[in-house]
Ligand binder design. Structure first.
Ligand code: WNU
Length: 152
């Protein structure tokens, strides 16, 4: 069995490789590792559903997911991108105080996500201005892509 300390070290090293979190001070990254949960998904499972309320932020530690969204003129949600290891999602509902704006569907068996809840996300982002600015800009860009897709 893996010790708590080894697990901590493993996720710490992994989060260091996530571009968004690279600049975070060691002590802060350590606190994120302490409070994250690991969730496992199988291919085809919905991790996030468009329109639902959401209070969590996800970082992909293993596997791959597909992002789909309703789009004007289509009866089925349309695929907009795939995300893999080191990518993250679910920030928009937390930053914009809005419902989930897209579906996130697991695309590979044994996909693992590190999950941070709203309070810990706010602590991670809130006290770190650069991170907040970066995410807000990114979320603003998403809204533009959404408008281009005529998604309201
Ligand atoms: C997109 N439009 C919308 C992605 C992941 C992280 C960043 C893009 Cl910083 P949520 C659904 C999630 C949403 C985003 C993600 O889906 N998403 C998009 C789009 O074009 N959402 N509205 N592309 S992948 C992605 C940027 O994370 O957050 O909480 O849940 O609304």
């Amino acid at each position: 069995m893996q010790t708590t300390q080894a697990r901590h070290q493993e996720y710490f090293t992994f989060l260091r490789s996530v571009s968004l979190l690279k600049q975070l001070p060691e002590e802060k990254l350590g606190r994120i590792v302490d409070c994250l949960e690991v969730e496992y998904f199988e291919k085809g499972e919905y991790i996030i559903r468009e329109g639902e309320e959401g209070n969590t932020f996800f970082i992909i530690a293993k596997g791959q997911v597909t992002v789909t969204q309703s789009s004007e003129g289509f009866t089925q949600p349309q695929e907009i991108k795939t995300l893999g290891v080191g990518d993250y999602f679910g920030e928009r509902a937390l930053i914009s105080e809005d419902v989930r704006s897209a579906n996130i569907i697991c695309n590979e068996n044994d996909t693992q996500c590190l999950v941070v809840d709203r309070d810990n996300f706010n602590q991670m982002v809130g006290t770190y201005e650069e991170l907040q600015t970066y995410l807000k800009e990114y979320v603003g860009e998403l809204s533009k892509s959404d408008e281009r897709r005529h998604f309201l």
